[in-house]
Design a protein around this ligand. Structure first.
Ligand SMILES: CN1c2c(nc(N)[nH]c2=O)NC[C@@H]1CNc1ccc(C(=O)N[C@@H](CCC(=O)N[C@@H](CCC(=O)N[C@@H](CCC(=O)O)C(=O)O)C(=O)O)C(=O)O)cc1
Ligand SMILES: N[C@@H](CCS)C(=O)O
Ligand SMILES: [Zn+2]
Length: 762
């Protein structure tokens, strides 16, 4: 019998109950018992939903109070000294302190752990911090408690843990330069202890996530896999090693032969690995095939998936398991909630609950091919695929013709940077170390309420515009009072930097409840690209024109770039990413030109997801970098030399992509650097990056307000790497998640730090 299982379910809840409870807890409006009750209820609901959908082996341990990597750090006792509780006993407060930092007016508090992207997703994890003398001990019982909870509810669960190699890979050596792999022998005994405790709870199977097996691994890491799994095999549990987000490629033999009982592979991202794995898998092992896409919202082509499964079943028999490609953490929860989506489009989509049902019906199609519901599901799937492929809503000849007519000249600015910057400096008249912000100012409850009322028809358009104007006015006044040099309008009118634009472009559809966790309590609602993309009319010009009319200072126009629009949307699967990006680029190019025509002298095109778009495998990098760079230039190159183009990137390791960032040829790039203590600038220094740079001088993910000397120190470090005349001063990223008091306090310090540096260099 083929087994239907799931690798993980979204934890936030259909109505983002977890987000609401977390935020209430942080505000002191909900006590710990209340928060724990919400978590318990969510886990129960999620197990029930998956079971009702037909999943036989349910995941446990996929719930997290903030992030699953952080939960593992607590489980292994990897708590940086600055957060270590005096009695050695970690609590939920310790966990949230590690995630969010702690403000402390007397001693500066403790900065949060670094946060970075989970592989090539829009989910962020908290980077474990390892010291050279790192000791590991079991310090957090959450996994065992949740397994007991499931057992008490009558469920058969497969606990999910991050494997030892992936956990170490994700972390960072702190305080000394040492090889993280040296910690492996100290970490491994904990896996033995965890598995023994799970076995004592009656668990049969455990899922060990080792997604780094889809990366280009150094040889010593490959060797470590064999050694580690030989050591942890000596316990009573059956183990499924799960790989996802790509193909195993040269690690396939290694993964297939690990001394465990099963292997999960991602056949959505890497279908080509299927025939080889069948040949290489030892005859005793379970093979779990991830055939339902855990990272996109399109309904599965069941017949296509079934063809592979049937073939596999002939070879594997009962050793075949069926699953989503990866954890459903990256998928919205329940399409059933979407009451406003048009019926045709809705019939093309599947969210986590529906994906579980797809997995279940595929397993059933193997076990009981004649069952009436199986026959009906296959017929419906066939009809949906055919209807979508033929739909006139998808294909727009005018858009395709414009893309086909793009020339190399369209991606070239009129002059080289050296000539442009001279003209721009003359026109902008800015001081050394010009200060600016990244775009958004606090998205306050009143802004969100106004938008909600407008969308619900309770506020008329003129009233909504007036409310947004008053927010913009406030933001401009604050910035003028602070003495910032280049102002922004504050993005009050934007629900999200991608969704806002998506709502105005043809070819996109948006959901009402399709939320996905981005980090902690923060969620995003990626819009869905379903057809060829175009811009019916200007999207930002009126807001920016209004903001510029309020001040004599320079107002930056603020746009989201094509790669980021694409990466933070659910893309089409019937055309390539680059075609979708080119269509987006043409729409954004038109917007840039409209802003320039409205008198705007600086336009920022955010490409926060540029690095995230980089394929996980090196062999595919250059192709991506070529088109990603080209589409940015396509947006930016229609303007005059005098118009300054900024871009912004956060959460990026720049070493790998610095050449392409230079090739984007933005006049100014603002980047996130503060949590890394300016280390991220090394790549810019080493490459002798030629254009202007604004390295972030404070972390915006934490409410903590750093003082001016801390920021000035960071600026001095920056000035050691980049010539001062090319440095800008700005926070790491936008301020939409912050409240006004801490925003103003931090910006006062930032402006003071810039003034201090100007004085020092005068
Ligand atoms: C910069 N980042 C972004 C990423 N991806 C994006 N698509 N967008 C990004 O900005 N990836 C990398 C980072 C991740 N960082 C963040 C930062 C902040 C958020 C965030 O604040 N998310 C909000 C939701 C934003 C939003 O769309 N808000 C809507 C309101 C929606 C809502 O909650 N409505 C309520 C009713 C209104 C109310 O009572 O408040 C409801 O429906 O119940 C809006 O402003 O209109 C969040 O709250 O999580 C995300 C990623
Ligand atoms: N302009 C956006 C960029 C976020 S990455 C903002 O300020 O929120
Ligand atoms: Zn950012």
């Amino acid at each position: 019998m083929a087994v239907a299982h799931s690798l993980g379910f979204p934890r936030i809840g259909r109505d983002r109950e977890l987000k609401k409870a977390q935020e209430a807890f942080w505000k002191g409006e909900l006590d710990e018992a209340g928060l724990r009750a919400v978590g318990r209820e969510l886990r129960k609901t999620h197990w029930d939903l998956q079971k009702q959908a037909g999943i036989e082996l349910l995941p446990a341990g996929d719930f997290a109070w903030y992030d699953q990597v952080l939960t593992h750090s607590l489980m292994f006792g990897v708590i940086p000294e600055r957060f270590r509780p005096a009695d050695g006993h970690a609590t939920l407060h310790t966990l949230f302190a590690m995630a969010r930092g702690v403000s402390d007016s007397c001693c500066g508090g403790a900065h949060a752990q670094e946060m970075t992207k989970w592989f090539d997703t829009n989910y962020h994890y908290l980077v474990p911090e390892f010291s050279v003398d790192q000791q590991f001990h079991l310090g957090w019982d959450q996994l065992f408690d949740e397994v007991k909870e499931a057992r008490d509810l009558g469920h058969t669960v497969k606990p999910v843990v991050i494997g030892p190699l992936t956990y170490l890979w994700l972390g960072k050596a702190k305080g000394a330069d040492f090889d993280k792999l040296d910690l492996l022998d100290r970490l491994l005994p904990l896996y033995g202890q965890i598995f023994q405790r799970l076995a004592d709870l009656g668990v049969e199977w455990v899922q060990i996530d080792e997604p780094i097996l889809v990366l280009d691994l150094p040889q010593d890491w490959k060797n470590a896999f064999e050694r580690a799994y030989n050591l942890i095999q000596r316990d009573p549990l059956k183990k499924l090693v799960a790989t996802y987000f790509g193909g195993l490629e040269e690690n396939l033999g290694l993964a297939a032969n690990l001394p465990v009982d099963g292997l999960h592979i991602d056949l959505v991202r890497a279908p080509e690995q299927y025939p080889t794995i069948l040949d290489r898998l030892p005859a005793y092992k379970v093979l779990s095939l991830g055939v339902v896409n855990g990272r996109n919202v399109w309904r599965c082509d069941l017949e296509n998936a079934l063809a592979t499964l049937q073939h596999a079943h002939e070879r594997l028999g009962d050793r075949l398991w069926v699953a989503p490609s990866c954890s459903l953490l990256h998928s919205p929860v329940d399409l059933g909630r979407e009451d406003k989506l048009d019926a045709e489009l809705k019939s093309w989509l599947a969210f986590a609950v529906q994906k579980c049902a797809e997995v279940a019906v595929l397993a059933q199609a193997i076990n009981q091919p004649e069952a009436a519901n199986v026959v009906a599901a296959l017929a419906q799937s066939r009809a949906v695929q055919a209807a979508r492929a033929a739909s006139p809503r998808i294909h727009k000849p005018a858009v395709q013709a414009r893309v086909a007519a793009i020339t190399a000249q369209d991606s070239q600015r009129q002059s080289l940077f050296a000539q442009r910057i001279a003209k721009q400096r003359a026109g902008l008249d800015l001081p050394l170390f010009p200060t600016t912000t990244i775009g958004s100012f606090p998205q306050t409850a009143s802004i969100r309420l106004a938008r909600q009322s407008f969308k619900a028809g309770k506020l008329r358009e003129a009233e909504y515009v007036e409310a947004m104007h008053s927010e913009i006015k406030h933001a401009v006044e604050v910035q003028e009072n602070l003495g910032l040099d280049v102002l922004v309008h504050g993005e009050a009118e934007r629900n999200d930097m991608v969704e806002y634009f998506a709502e105005q472009l043809d070819g996109y559809v948006f959901t009402r409840f399709g939320w996905v966790q981005s980090y902690g309590s923060r969620c995003v609602k990626p819009a869905v690209i379903f057809g060829d993309l175009s811009r019916p009319k200007a999207m930002t010009v009126e807001w920016i024109r209004y903001a510029q009319g309020l001040t004599d200072k320079v107002m930056k126009g603020m746009l989201t770039g094509p790669v980021t629009m694409l990466m933070w949307s659910f893309p089409r699967e019937d055309v390539s990413r680059e075609v979708q990006a080119r269509q987006l680029a043409l729409a954004i190019r038109d917007e840039v030109l409209d802003l320039e025509a409205a008198g705007i002298k600086i336009v920022q095109i955010d490409e926060a997801a540029f690095r995230e778009g980089l394929p996980l495998r090196r062999a595919q990098w250059q192709h991506y970098l070529d088109w990603a760079t080209e589409v940015f230039r396509l947006c930016a190159s229609g303007v005059r030399d005098e118009t300054q183009i900024h871009t912004h990137m956060c959460y990026s390791e720049f070493n790998d992509v610095i050449e392409s960032i230079a090739a984007m040829d933005a006049d100014v790039i603002t980047i996130e650097t503060s949590r890394s203590d300016m280390e991220l600038l090394d790549a810019f220094e080493a490459f002798a990056y030629p254009n202007d740079i604004g390295p972030g001088v404070y972390d915006i993910h934490s409410p903590r307000v750093p003082d001016a000397s801390e920021m000035a120190n960071l600026l001095r470090k920056a000035a050691q790497r980049i010539p001062a005349e090319r440095l800008w001063v700005n926070p790491d990223c936008g301020l939409k998640t912050r409240a006004w008091p801490e925003t103003e306090a931090a910006l006062i310090h930032m402006v003071a730090a810039a003034r201090q540096l100007r004085a020092e260099l005068a």
